[in-house]
Design a protein. Structure first.
Length: 87
C-alpha cells in the first residue's frame, strides 16, 4: 500500500495518508525511514492496523512531483490577464 507524509504534528507525530484505503495513520516520526520529509511517498505493509514495514518510494515521489509541475505549467500558460474589466 502506498502513502504520503502529509504533515508532522506536535513535532513528533507523522500523519501519513494512505492512498488506496483513503485513511490516515499516525505514528512517531522516529519510525519513518531516514530522509523522510513532508510529501515523501512510502511503500507500507500493514497487518490489520499494525505497520509491518515502511520504506521510501522515490519512484512515486518523482512521478507525483513531475505531474504537479506539468499541471502548474499548464495553469501558468493559460493566464492572460484579469477576467474583470476596469471601468
Amino acid at each position: 500500500m502506498r502513502g504520503t507524509l502529509d504533515r508532522i504534528e506536535d513535532g513528533h507525530l507523522a500523519v501519513i495518508l494512505l492512498e488506496e484505503a483513503k485513511q490516515e495513520i499516525i505514528l512517531p516520526i522516529r519510525h519513518l525511514p531516514e530522509g523522510s520529509r513532508v510529501n515523501s511517498w512510502f511503500e507500507i505493509e500493514l497487518d490489520g492496523e499494525e505497520i509491518i514495514s515502511i520504506s521510501l518510494d522515490e519512484e512515486t515521489a518523482e512521478a507525483k512531483e513531475s505531474e504537479a509541475q506539468e499541471l502548474m505549467q499548464k495553469l501558468r500558460s493559460r493566464r492572460r490577464g484579469s477576467r474583470f474589466k476596469r471601468e
